[in-house]
Design a protein around this ligand. Sequence first.
Ligand SMILES: Cc1cc2nc3c(=O)[nH]c(=O)nc-3n(C[C@H](O)[C@H](O)[C@H](O)COP(=O)(O)O)c2cc1C
Length: 206
Amino acid sequence: MPTLLHIDSSPLESSISRELTREYVRSWSAKNPQGKVITRDVSTWAPKPIDAFWIAAAYTDEAKRTPEQNAALAVSDELIGELEAANEVVIGVAMHNFSIPASLKLWIDQVVRSGRTFSYASGSPKGLLSGKKATVLSASGGVYEAGTAAGALNHADPYLRTVLGFIGITDFTALAAGGANKLMGGSVSREVFLKPTLERVRALAA
Ligand SMILES: Cc1cc2nc3c(=O)[nH]c(=O)nc-3n(C[C@H](O)[C@H](O)[C@H](O)COP(=O)(O)O)c2cc1C
């Protein structure tokens, strides 16, 4: 069954990135009426930061893990299970301080795990989640076009491309609604501002 993992990370209800992912899910569901959507909102429930105990557990052979170590990895197992079940993932990203929200970083730290989503068994890094597609839909106050001086300040999309590629998700597309600051000044309505981006979102999901 086609399965989409839908992740949101903006803490705001009026979030633009949430509106983009909602539209993506709507279009995707229309195209995949039998499809399943798994929803994970990391802004309302973020995993704990990984700690020394978690790291030791993750690098202990599965067969040798204690019940406490298995418990420490339970959230990671659940989140990785959601990624494994999905053919596709769509991630809503609010640009915070030139990067991703901290809650999304916490999710990443739980799903990037040796032996589960990447491996160095052959001597070089290998992503284990191949054959999946990722779409990142972001919103930012400023505009960060790739190849421009401002674009070099965007540490969100390039980071997500790198880290998802590291775990094998190399089919990566990023689409940004940049320039949201304009909405604060009231020089443009939200509808007019979002229309072209929503059209591109629908095209991506179709
Ligand atoms: C805590 C915080 C940090 C922000 N940092 C940046 C930033 O570094 N660059 C930028 O262009 N916009 C920044 N913004 C503006 C947001 O990216 C913008 O409001 C965007 O719409 C957030 O996405 P959302 O609407 O999905 O929450 C920041 C906003 C907040 C609340």
